[in-house]
Design a protein around this ligand. Structure first.
Ligand code: FES
Length: 82
């Protein structure tokens, strides 16, 4: 049986939009389309998650990634693959 994809939740609320969540999500998509992450994760847009001052934010595996820190979330994803 093929393993299921894991979800990354990215906030698409008003304040995160103001803080440029579009470039955060496009950087994340670029990272997810490169090996070895390719095909293992899925990006899900959510409503506001009440961490607006830290935006743009994402949540992966109950870990909050603040300020659009793409490097940090890629580290979490890589760690999870090992
Ligand atoms: S708008 Fe993103 S956490 Fe509120």
């Amino acid at each position: 049986m093929k393993p299921r994809k894991k979800y990354i939740f990215i906030c698409n609320g008003k304040d995160c939009k103001k803080n440029d969540n579009k470039s955060f999500s496009s950087l994340l998509k670029q990272a997810m389309n490169r090996a070895p992450l390719k095909g293992n994760f899925k990006l899900v847009k959510t409503k506001c998650m009440d961490c607006c001052k830290s935006g743009p934010i994402a949540v992966y595996n109950n870990q909050l990634v603040k300020k659009g820190d793409t490097d940090q979330i890629v580290q979490f994803l890589m760690k999870d693959l090992l």
